[in-house]
Design a protein around this ligand. Structure first.
Ligand code: SF4
Ligand SMILES: [Zn+2]
Length: 123
């Protein structure tokens, strides 16, 4: 059984636990990776730069004034990730549409290859 250390009270906790049994810190939410405890540096609240505040999916009672949070997800980072995902999908889309547009060319090339092979084998 895998255990992790609670970011607040540092007791060992089952890695699947949603809340720490010792200090009740929320460690993760369904579908979200959890555990590292994010702390606000300076006067800003974490929620101000959090994805789950921006998309209104957070139902934590400390929102929007969280100074520390285990679910915090930096919005700039997730924007970057999204952008990368989009770039990746647009690249595969380009390759796919090229294959589609040039499928007759590819077919012709493979036929030529087969003919060459037959010619080589029968000579
Ligand atoms: S997950 Fe935490 S930091 Fe993000 S909005 Fe909710 S309380 Fe604020
Ligand atoms: Zn704890």
């Amino acid at each position: 059984l895998a255990t992790v250390s609670c970011p607040r009270c540092h007791q060992s906790v089952d890695s699947q636990a949603v809340t720490c049994p010792h200090c009740r810190t929320t460690l993760k939410a369904f579908g979200h990776p959890g555990i590292p405890l994010h702390r606000a540096t300076g006067k800003e609240y974490l929620c101000d730069s959090c994805t789950y505040h921006a998309d209104d999916s957070c139902n934590f009672p400390q929102r929007p004034y969280a100074k520390e949070c285990t679910l915090y997800q930096n919005i700039e980072e997730s924007k970057l990730q999204l952008q990368q995902q989009r770039e990746n999908t647009s690249l595969t889309a380009t390759v796919k549409s090229w294959v589609k547009r040039n499928s007759s060319l590819l077919l012709l090339l493979s036929l030529v290859l087969v003919c060459l092979l037959i010619a080589l084998l029968s000579s």
